[in-house]
Design a binder for this molecule. Structure first.
Ligand SMILES: [Zn+2]
Length: 237
């Protein structure tokens, strides 16, 4: 996948625009509004840190691209702090950095204006997007027939939903918890993302603070089971 590192847009099939019948020439069933009944979808895949969300995002991109679909990959505050999706197991892919000002619809419209069809969006770290971005995702699905696959955390270090995650839970056609288990130090399934500052679990502060999951970081995150999240027990060091 690193071969594609400079190409967030995957080029393969001939051009078509929004509303195109994507059933390969077969007439798709249409609803009362004339649009396909089974068209694009907004899907949200969520899980705690370290559960492989970005790995799954890149695998999803690979699977779709190899079938000739064209996609855009976006991210926000990737662990590399650069415009790319990186994974803890070493995969990397160039991506478009999402800023407050960025309109996801413009990405698709600009691509179409350049003659590049967009079949899907892979939105990594989607919990860090703002609420407008989630509305834009829904519009891309409903008005442009673009599939949107969003990946992200559900809850922050206080165990409260990120606003964008909450909106994705509300709007998505499909929500799935990523099934790769992350274990708490006790061996139970990890669920919550504790923020650890100078060795102690903190429960107040900014919702987004950059940190890592490595042991020696000033601010780090550790996935804990609910029991040990609640007690603040980080386990034997
Ligand atoms: Zn535990």
């Amino acid at each position: 996948m690193t071969d594609n590192a400079a190409a967030p847009i995957c080029l393969a099939r001939p051009l078509s625009g929004p509303g195109t019948d994507r059933a390969g020439g077969c007439a798709a069933a249409r609803g009362g509004d004339g649009r396909p009944l089974h068209a694009a979808a907004l899907k949200f895949f969520w899980g705690p840190m370290d559960c492989g969300k970005s790995t799954m995002a890149l695998q999803m991109n690979y699977n779709h691209a190899r079938q000739g679909r064209r996609g855009l990959v976006t991210t926000r505050i990737d662990r590399s702090l650069g415009p790319q999706v990186t994974t803890r197991i070493g995969l990397a892919h160039a991506a478009i950095e999402v800023t407050d000002e960025l309109d996801l619809r413009d990405l698709v419209r600009d691509a179409l204006a350049d003659g590049i069809r967009v079949d899907y969006l892979i939105c990594d770290e989607a919990s860090f997007y703002n609420l407008e971005h989630v509305e834009q995702m829904a519009e891309l699905v409903d008005e442009y027939d673009v599939d949107v696959y969003a990946f992200g955390l559900a809850t922050d270090f206080r165990s409260c939903l990120f606003p964008a995650a909450q909106r994705l839970f509300e709007l998505a056609d499909e929500v799935a918890r990523i099934q790769i288990e992350v274990l708490c130090w006790c061996g139970r399934e990890g669920l919550l993302n504790a923020r650890v500052v100078h060795g102690r679990v903190v429960r107040e502060g900014e919702q987004v603070v950059i940190g890592d999951t490595v042991d020696d970081a000033d601010v780090r995150y550790q996935v804990l089971c609910r029991r040990h999240y609640r007690s603040g027990d980080l386990g034997p060091r």
